[in-house]
Design a protein around this ligand. Sequence first.
Ligand SMILES: [Zn+2]
Length: 162
Amino acid sequence: MKQQIIIPLEEFPEEGMQLSGELDGSIFDIDCDDVRSIGPVEYRLEAQLYDTELVVRGEIAAPFRLRCMRCLADMEYWVEMDDVSYAIDVKGKLAADVTEEVREDILLELPGYPKCELIGQECEINDKFGDFRLDKDPQPGVNSATPSGNSVWDALDQYPGQ
Ligand SMILES: [Zn+2]
C-alpha cells in the first residue's frame, strides 16, 4: 500500500488535480496498547498550483483502536477531517509530498484522553459513578453508607488509571 502522497508538479493541469486513495496506516508508527492504527488513511484531496505555492484541500480519515482510560475497554475510533488545507512552497520542486502534513493532522486529532463516550458508548465506570451519586443524596432516614461500608475512593482504587 502507498506510504506517501506525492503530487507531481511537472505539467500541472491548470484546472487542478484530484487525488484520492489510501495511505498505509504504518506511517503513524504507533502501535501501543492505548492507541493502535487499524487501517489505512483514506483521502480525497484537490490540489491547485498558484505560482510557487501548492494548495491542497480535502478530506482525510483514519481508523484507530483506542483504549478507554477509565474502564480500559477497547474501541474503534475514526479520525475524520472534512476540510483540511495545506499550503506548500514548491519553488524549484518537481513534486510535492503531503504525507507528513496528513500524518500530523491526524495524530493531533487523536483524543488525549480516550473514553467510551467518544464513540457514544456508555462507560462502565460511569455506571459505577451513577450508583455512588445516589448515595450522596440519600432519602431522609436512610443510611447513606454503601452496603459493604466501602467508600467511593476504595472503589476507585480498583481501577488503574483513574
Ligand atoms: Zn470506558
